[in-house]
Design a protein around this ligand. Sequence first.
Ligand code: ADP
Ligand code: MG
Length: 324
Amino acid sequence: MGEFDLIERFFKRPVTRAALGVGDDCALLQPAPGMQLAICSDMLVEGRHFLSTVDPIKLGHKALAVNLSDLAACGARPLAFTLALAMPRADPAWLAPFSRGLLALADAHECELIGGDTTQGPLNICITAFGEVPPGQAFLRSGARAGDDIYVSGTLGDARLALEVFRGKASISAALFEDCRARMEQPTARIALGLALRGIASAAIDVSDGLLGDLGHILKASGVGAEIDTATTTTLLAASRHANWPQANLGGLELLELVLAGGDDYELVFTAPVAARDAVLAASGEASTPVTRIGTVQPEAGLRLLDARGRALTHRFASFDHFA
Ligand code: ADP
Ligand code: MG
């Protein structure tokens, strides 16, 4: 199968929202009048971001989900995306499920594939996603203010737990592993929550490298610090609510480490003024996405972890850094 047959067969679909899709030198995108375009790119590299054994349907899903997650963290509504794909060979048995997983998530968010590039090479998937947001309403990392509450959506740490099982470090029951693995391989982008939080959240970021590291980016950009209530955060590991949890063997890993430093969760961590607590709960309900208040923004720089009695923990948690 040649390059153009491949594009035609697996990636070319009629567009309804974009003015022009796959097949020309450029695609044409028409954002609604007055809206700003929100643009993000995320690349998935075999061996770095996923294991070679991963199901291509799930990989297609994840490649788009991690990009939609960045749009969510800006409060943007997805419009379209491009796909730059390098792969060792044009294998229909891989391409068919990959494009199915990718386009199913795209359809669920009405986000159209409008173009890309295809080349032979080590498996590497780079997506650029485009969304729209009203001017002035995108959540910026620099928007947190001292006194704001800090929230996180959904659950945290389960993707990292699955990774540790793959690495042979932790061992958990098969049922629990399936749940954690789904969190790692098929993350949910919190688009609905991002939209519902427009005009409410003061800053937001998605958790890709670990809660503390990602929250750290907000704190740094905003010139503030934070206190985190770790007694609350330990309840965020979905696996810990599982009936089989007591049999889990974390192989020396701490629960807090999973929740605070585990990556690949694609939840939103965001800040909002105390006066907006009811509005945050309403947004959570509107988006059918649970949120948990985990701490407070402080004027002094630095991230302080407090135990159930309000005492400072001294343990340091490292978040993920590709070049560290
Ligand atoms: P060009 O030579 O102008 O770079 P290509 O031959 O690379 O164009 O691609 C032909 C058309 O197919 C373009 O519209 C391009 O956007 C689209 N395309 C290429 N690869 C992909 C892909 N993986 N997914 C979606 N569209 C693609
Ligand atoms: Mg090209």
